[in-house]
Write a protein that binds this ligand. Sequence first.
Ligand code: NDP
Length: 252
Amino acid sequence: MDKQTFDLLVLIWTAIALLIFLLLLFVTAPYGRHSKRNWGKTIPDRIGWFVMEVPALIIFLFFIITGTAEKTLAVWIVAALYVMHYLNRAVIYPWRIRVRGKEMPLVVALMAVLFNFVNAGFLGYYTGTLHTHYNGEWLTDPRFIAGLLIFFTGMVINITSDEKLIRLRKNRSNGYRIPRGGLFERVSCPNFMGEMVEWGGYAILCWSLPAFSFFVWTFCNLVPRALSHHLWYKNHFPDYPIERKAVFPYIL
Ligand code: NDP
């Protein structure tokens, strides 16, 4: 596929994210605390996470390995960062969560598979075949260095916040408690904030349209979900800290 067609497809895909953003402001994706039984067949949460996220890893690696561009060190670094994230999300995270007996609608998992399929395909194809700037010089470019720092900052916030939430559950219970400490004192969903910072950093260090598109998709998925979580906390806990925002400290 030539670069012009590729860019057009990515732009159309990014425009779809904006429509999904509007939709998600009114319809909360029914998994986790927002899970619903009237969305058809369900599958166990843990399996759902694996099924949803593992295609992102396989498709991306397929395009990197079969790609025709030279496999420079910069290509491998860009690929390794992505793989690091998805090894956690597809393999470690589903194994760590405490969701005994919980189910999610199959249709939600399939929608996430589609989302991951397309994003991973665009990112993998660009990195493996289309890129023109992942050479030795790119590794000392300020965009690469700044993006890398932002990426790791976001990753640390995301993983440590997820971990804190996982640890809130003890004694095989599936209940919810008010998270306390660290960034949770500022926002209800620091894990989502971390994920957005991470992919924002990735977009900067990649400096590519598909990486920017992936950031937009992450934002469009997670901001509405954070608003739903925040409202859910306020509705379920009368003593929920009023100064806490949903996802961006002091802002939203
Ligand atoms: P949540 O914050 O809703 O849940 C994370 C885990 O912690 C779940 O197992 C949840 O259980 C549990 N949990 C959450 N809050 C509490 C609480 N107050 N008390 C006890 N347990 C709690 O995150 P999501 O499930 O929506 O997302 C998980 C990860 O996936 C996040 O890191 C997110 O950033 C990422 N993600 C990325 C997307 C993207 O577009 N890139 C899209 C969606 C998610 P339960 O499931 O039972 O509620």
